[in-house]
Design a protein around this ligand. Structure first.
Ligand code: PLP
Length: 436
C-alpha cells in the first residue's frame, strides 16, 4: 500500500538539528528569507514539528504510476555469495525517470503549481534529479530549467535528452548565462563543474526572475521527509525485521527515506538494526569532512547549513556516481550522525562497479552507479556473515537503475576505470575556505 503520510523524524529526536543561518546576520533564517526560492507549504514542512504530514491526493495520484515499489529478496545473489545472510532490496528504479527522486519532485512541483508559480530551476549531477523534476513539472504544467554538471552533460547525453523529452531546458554548468557560472569559467574554462556550482546558477536565476522558484533534490528536511515513503512501504512489506540497513549517501535523501521509519521504531525500543551510510572515496563528507556551518553552493548564495562538509569550494573528482559528488550532506542526517545514530563507511569506484556487475549477473537489474556503493557494502556484510556463520537480515535501497550509465560500465568492463585517492591536502585546502 502507498503510505497516506510522510514521516517527519524531527519531533522524535532528543535535540533538534541546528537551524540554517542567514549568511550576513548569522541569525536563523525566517520564512521571509526563503520565500523568493520556495513555496510557503515547503517552507512550513522544512521547519515542521508535526510527526506525520498527509500526502495530498494529487500527489498520491501521480505516485500511483509506480508506487508502491517492490521489495525483493536477492536469493540469487545470496546463493552466488554462499552467505547465510538474507538480503532484501527496495527497488526505486521503476519510477518514470528511473530513481527515487520523483518521490520528492512530484510534491515539490505540486506545491509550487498550487501557489501560482510558473517555472522551476534546479541543478543536476548525473541527471537523475533533473529528469525527475522535468517529469514532475510536466505533470503540473510548470516550466523547468536545469543546470547539469558539465562532466555529466558530456558523458550522459541521453539523460539530457530525457529531460528535453519531458519539456525541460538544459544548460551545461558552469554556463555563461549566469554570473556565478561566468565567474567559474573565467578562472577555469575547462571546469568539469560540480553540484555546488550548478546550485549557485539555479538559485541565482530563481532569485532574479519573478514567478520562478528553485527546487532542490536532496539535503533539505522536506526532501528527506518526502522520501520516507520508501521506508514506510518497506516496514509494511518485510516479514522479518532487518539487522543491518545500508544505503548510499550523496545529499542523504534515499538513505534517510529508507532508515527514518525504521529509526522511529528503533527509538521506540521495538527493533534494533544497525544503520550504515556508504559514501564514495572521492567525496567522503561524513568520514573525512568537518561538522561545521558552510554554504550549500559554491558561490555562497544559500543560507549557512550546519553539516558534514568538505568545503563549498571542494570539487570532487569526476567519478561516474554523479549523484554522490556533493561537498556537503543533509544537516538533519549530519545531526543524527553526531548523535551516533548511524555509521558511515567509504567504497572505491571499482569495488562499487564490481558489486554492480555481480548484482546485474545474479538479480538481473543493472544498478545506477550510486547504489552500487551500497551494494558493495551489502556484499561485504554478507561475506562477513559467511565467515562468522551469522544469518543476518540485510536491507538496502536500490535507488535507481543504470540504463543511462552503460558508458561507465563499459569503462569498468574494459579495465579503463582507475581509482584515485583523495589527498588530505585537497580537503584541508577546501576546508580553509569555510565561512568563519
Ligand atoms: C541523486 C541520487 C543519489 C544521491 O542522492 P541522495 O539524496 O543521497 O539519495 C543516489 N542514487 C541515485 C540513483 C540518485 O539519483
Amino acid at each position: 500500500m502507498i503510505p497516506s503520510h510522510w514521516y517527519n523524524i524531527v519531533p522524535d529526536l532528543p535535540t533538534p538539528p541546528p537551524p540554517p543561518l542567514h549568511p550576513a546576520t548569522r541569525q536563523p533564517v525566517g520564512p521571509e528569507d526563503l520565500a523568493p526560492l520556495f513555496p510557503m507549504e515547503l517552507i512550513g514542512q522544512e521547519v515542521s514539528q508535526e510527526r506525520f504530514v498527509a500526502i495530498p491526493q494529487e500527489v498520491l495520484d501521480v505516485y500511483r504510476l509506480w508506487r508502491p515499489t517492490p521489495l525483493l529478496r536477492a536469493r540469487r545473489l545470496e546463493r552466488a555469495l554462499g552467505t547465510p545472510a538474507r538480503i532484501y532490496y527496495k527497488y526505486e528504479g521503476g519510477s518514470p525517470s528511473g530513481s527515487h527522486k520523483p518521490n520528492t519532485a512530484v510534491p515539490q512541483a505540486y506545491y509550487n503549481a498550487r501557489e501560482g508559480v510558473r517555472g522551476l530551476t534546479t541543478e543536476t549531477g548525473a541527471g537523475q534529479w533533473g529528469s525527475a523534476l522535468a517529469f514532475a513539472c510536466a505533470q503540473f504544467g510548470l516550466d523547468c530549467q536545469v543546470w547539469m554538471v558539465r562532466a555529466s552533460y558530456e558523458h550522459k547525453p541521453y539523460r539530457r535528452s530525457l529531460m528535453q523529452v519531458y519539456g525541460a531546458t538544459v544548460h551545461a554548468s558552469p554556463s555563461p548565462v549566469t554570473m556565478s557560472g561566468s565567474k567559474v569559467l573565467a578562472g577555469d574554462p575547462d571546469s568539469p563543474g560540480s553540484l555546488g556550482i550548478a546550485i549557485s546558477e539555479a538559485v541565482e536565476v530563481a532569485a532574479a526572475e519573478a514567478g520562478t522558484r528553485y527546487a532542490l533534490g536532496s539535503v533539505l528536511n522536506h526532501v528527506l521527509m518526502h522520501q520516507t515513503v520508501i521506508g514506510e512501504e518497506a516496514l509494511g512489506q518485510l516479514d522479518e525485521m532487518p539487522d543491518v540497513i545500508i544505503g548510499c549517501t550523496g545529499g542523504g535523501s534515499n538513505f534517510a527515506g529508507l532508515i527514518f521509519p525504521f529509526l522511529r521504531e528503533k527509538l521506540a525500543g521495538k527493533i534494533d538494526p544497525t544503520l550504515r551510510a556508504v559514501e564514495p572515496v572521492a567525496c567522503p563528507s561524513f568520514t573525512r569532512g568537518r561538522y561545521a556551518y558552510d554554504f550549500g553552493d559554491t558561490a555562497g548564495l544559500t543560507p549557512l547549513l550546519k553539516m558534514h562538509t568538505l568545503g563549498h569550494d571542494f570539487v570532487p573528482d569526476p567519478i561516474h556516481a554523479g549523484g554522490l559528488r556533493y561537498h556537503g550532506m543533509s544537516p538533519l542526517l549530519s545531526h543524527l550522525y553526531e548523535l551516533g545514530m548511524f555509521e558511515a563507511v567509504t567504497k572505491s569506484q571499482s569495488e562499487s562497479f564490481e558489486a554492480g556487475v555481480r548484482f546485474a549477473r545474479t538479480e538481473g537489474i543493472v544498478p545506477a552507479p550510486e547504489p552500487t556503493h551500497a551494494l558493495a557494502e551489502t556484499i561485504a556484510e554478507a561475506l562477513r556473515c559467511k565467515e562468522s556463520g551469522e544469518d543476518k537480515v540485510i536491507l538496502t535501497a536500490l535507488c535507481g537503475h543504470g540504463h543511462f550509465d552503460l558508458g561507465a560500465y563499459d569503462r569498468y568492463l574494459s579495465g579503463r576505470m582507475e581509482d584515485r585517492t583523495l589527498p588530505q591536502e585537497r580537503i584541508d585546502e577546501a576546508l580553509s575556505e569555510l565561512p568563519g
